[in-house]
Ligand binder design. Structure first.
Ligand code: ADP
Ligand code: MG
Length: 176
């Protein structure tokens, strides 16, 4: 796909299983119009940045009270989650802490403070790269382990010089 790929939509209820228990919540947005918009989009795991409505992310508002859109790194899957054998395609986005400095190892990855739920708010996503296809797993632990690696790959990738222009929000970065 020709990156960046823009996706957006209201945050909807997902399958309500797994992700919160896995410790990896994923904000789901509708996948309905994907094939129309991007007919050749591969299923798999991608990375990108997300703009959340500041009202759903109050702690991150500027101290001077000025509203700003917060851009956060994200890892997402588009597809059927073979481990869960979904029959409909979903777009599931895990949002990560801001990129400040490189985390030297996956182990040192900052532990994310769960955000307050933001169902119903509009999520704008800028997909910047492809990580891998979807796999099935023998266990939930194996699945979680791979997602952790994906998160690290996403963060390290987004630190590359060429992406820096996407990380500063000029108000246009993730505009649809
Ligand atoms: P669902 O199956 O409804 O998608 P999840 O267990 O995947 O439920 O949790 C996703 C929800 O959790 C999101 O819709 C959002 O409201 C909330 N959430 C909290 N923190 C995050 C995060 N870091 N990334 C994505 N969603 C988050
Ligand atoms: Mg989800």
């Amino acid at each position: 796909a020709p990156f960046p790929v823009r996706l957006s939509g209201p945050v909807i209820k997902g399958f309500g299983r797994g992700s919160k228990e896995l410790g990896i919540p994923t904000a789901n947005i509708p996948a309905d119009d994907l094939s129309e918009k991007y007919p050749n989009l591969e299923t798999g795991v991608y990375y990108g940045v997300v703009a959340l409505d500041p009202k759903s992310y109050e702690n991150e508002n500027d101290s001077n009270g000025k509203e700003s859109t917060t851009l956060l790194p994200a890892v997402l899957s588009i597809g059927y989650n073979p481990f869960y054998k979904n029959t409909v395609r979903s777009v599931e986005i895990h949002i990560m802490p801001p990129l400040t400095s490189p985390s030297p190892t996956a182990v040192a990855q900052p532990k994310f403070n769960r955000l307050p739920d933001f169902y119903g708010t509009k999520l704008n996503l800028l997909m910047l790269g492809y990580i891998r296809p979807e796999f099935d797993y023998v266990s939930m632990d194996a699945l979680v382990e791979d997602i952790r690696v994906d998160c690290e790959v996403a963060r390290q990738s987004l630190l590359r010089e060429a992406y820096q222009r996407y990380l500063v929000d000029d108000g246009k970065a993730t505009e649809q």
